[in-house]
Write a protein that binds this ligand. Structure first.
Ligand code: 1PR
Length: 526
């Protein structure tokens, strides 16, 4: 019997699904006594450190947790759930006092690389532990965090990981252990680690080790654009430059749950769902999308992102729902990240006009509760061609190798909303910078001109945005063959590349992309 400490933030569904898949039975902590009566306790934490500590205090969980830990009973903290074991974090502004089981603190990454550290990275094993039994030392695990541990006592370090520099990625002392990475999101290798925790009778470490692991891999993401077709069924569709109709009918490329499962099995590093008509429907009434997430997360143990319709909403009875309410439903249904499209453009325009952060925008609210890493901004720019820089003052201008349709020498990338239906006087670079300032943790960078063309990613656009932000960028739109992925990783700083059409039409298998990247010396997860 595994007891799960769910303090109400982030995606615990994946941990529940993983434990159940491994045959474990699960009980949720609903009162302080449940902690003390647990046989084995898992504490998955996602989001903001300070809000986690506040909730643990409000629920009176701190003291029973301290008692449980000091009795050396089996405890597994994941991500924030492990950070909570230390004395405090730089992330917390005021209330900083944590469980204090381990001496040491949590610090923000100090690096020129993108922060959050997001993606599949290796582990350097420092101790032999039953937790790592049957885990291939060359395996990679899924990380998503901006802060890392700095323990005072090196003897508690189980593994380290290298991201610019070496940081502590898991700890263990007796029966108390934790990982910065997410085993529940790390595919088969993560399941093995969870199984080790669940089924081992003796979890104590067995002495020092010195095994070096691999480095951070570039991510290959499969994207599923989802909407109702004309018969009212939720289907995966795919457009050409955002036009998803073929002879008047919405293209139907399959069922979202089935396709997501297929891509997980084929080795996708993440799956993204975009509810492309979310801007006109209210997602909390769009229960099929929540169901899709619930069902998908039972079979798919890599990160899931969901976008479409994440904004404040007032229904016909005057009932107000915040973007945070909508996002919370998605997280509870199995999403790890949410993606904001149209609303981000409006929010950024308002922020750029006043220079003031209101604290009430979707980006700010969701990142405050769930952490920056959970907020992706999906940008849908279109090229706007001009003859001279004077015609695009204030916008980030590019001089592409090929001129425009009327021989124009320059273009800027104009933001659109509602799936490209309307444009705004804002360029993609400015949008990305504003959203990072408001608290976004990642950019999903589409390009309407390239979408569905199979002609390769828009390298100019990707370079311009990547150079302007310090959060990870996912290159999207235009992938037509394996070589396009190598090109985007060799010629831009993108951390991940996403494709839709070539995977849906089975033109290029995900493994073929990864094999090609590996042959070119680009690190990928196999
Ligand atoms: O504005 O917050 O409601 O979010 C709506 C979301 O739906 C946005 O993220 C927006 O990008 C997306 N969206 C809206 N309309 C469409 C459409 O296609 N008509 N799809 C749409 C966006 C772009 C990518 C696509 C890549 C790769 N699709 O997701 O998968 O371009 O395609 P490719 O590899 O086939 O070239 P909101």
């Amino acid at each position: 019997m595994i007891t799960l400490l769910d303090y109400g933030a982030g995606n615990v569904r994946s941990v529940i699904n993983a434990v159940e898949r491994l045959g474990g039975s699960l009980k949720l902590v609903t009162k302080p006594d449940d902690i003390l009566s647990a046989d084995k306790l898992i504490f998955p934490g996602v989001g903001n450190y300070e809000s986690m500590i506040q909730i643990l205090n409000q629920k009176n969980y701190i003291e029973p947790l301290r008692q449980y830990l000091s009795a050396d009973r089996p405890f597994f903290g994941i991500c924030l759930g492990m950070q909570a074991l230390f004395q405090g974090s730089e992330e917390a502004v005021s209330n900083n006092e944590s469980l204090g089981f381990f001496k040491g603190r949590v610090e923000r990454f100090k690096t020129d690389l993108a922060v959050p550290h997001m993606g599949w990275n290796g582990i350097n094993i420092k101790q032999k532990s039953p937790l790592l039994d049957k885990v291939d030392p060359g395996a990679r695990f899924y990380f998503v965090h901006s802060y890392h541990l700095v323990p005072e006592d090196p003897s508690v370090i189980l593994t380290t990981t290298t991201y610019d520099y070496e940081f502590v990625s898991s700890v263990q002392k007796g029966n108390v252990m934790g990982t910065q990475f997410h085993p529940e999101k790390s595919g088969k290798v993560g399941m093995q680690l969870l199984e080790n925790f669940i089924s081992s009778d003796d979890l104590h470490a067995r002495g020092p080790a010195n095994i070096e692991g691999k480095g951070l891999a570039k991510r290959v993401i499969a994207c599923l654009d989802v909407r109702s077709n004309d018969d009212g069924d939720l289907v995966v569709t795919k457009g050409d430059q955002y036009d998803v109709r073929d002879k008047g009918n919405v293209r139907n490329l399959g069922q979202p749950v089935d396709l997501a499962k297929r891509y997980y099995e084929e080795g996708a590093d993440e799956i993204t769902f975009l509810n492309i008509t979310g801007f006109r429907d209210f997602p909390l009434k769009d229960m099929p999308m929540l169901k899709v997430l619930e069902e998908t997360s039972k079979n798919v143990f890599v990160p899931l992102t969901i976008g479409g319709g994440i904004r404040d909403y007032t229904d016909s009875n005057g009932q107000v729902y915040s973007a945070l309410d909508v996002a919370s439903q998605y997280f509870r249904s199995g999403a790890d990240k949410i993606s904001v499209g149209s609303d981000a453009v409006e929010v950024a325009l308002a922020y750029l006009a006043t220079g003031e952060k209101t604290g009430t925008s979707a980006i700010e609210q969701i990142s405050r509760v769930y952490g920056n890493q959970a907020v992706v901004i999906s940008i849908d720019p279109k090229r706007a061609w001009v003859d001279s820089p004077d015609e695009a003052k204030g916008h980030h201008l590019i001089q592409p190798p090929e001129p425009g349709p009327e021989n124009q020498a320059y273009c800027w990338y104009q933001c659109t909303v509602q799936g490209g239906r309307e444009t705004r006087d804002l360029d993609a670079v400015a949008l990305a910078v504003a959203c990072e300032a408001l608290g976004a943790g990642e950019i999903l960078l589409n390009c309407i001109d390239k979408d569905g063309t199979n002609s390769g990613f828009d390298l100019d656009l990707i370079n311009a945005v990547r150079a302007a932000v310090s959060i990870p960028v996912i290159a999207s739109s235009g992938a037509g063959c394996e070589a396009h992925f190598a090109q985007v990783f060799e010629q831009t700083g993108a951390e991940a590349a996403l494709a839709a059409g070539i995977f849906h039409r089975k033109e290029v298998p995900i493994q073929a992309v990864k094999n090609h990247l590996a042959q070119r010396g680009i690190a990928v997860r196999h």
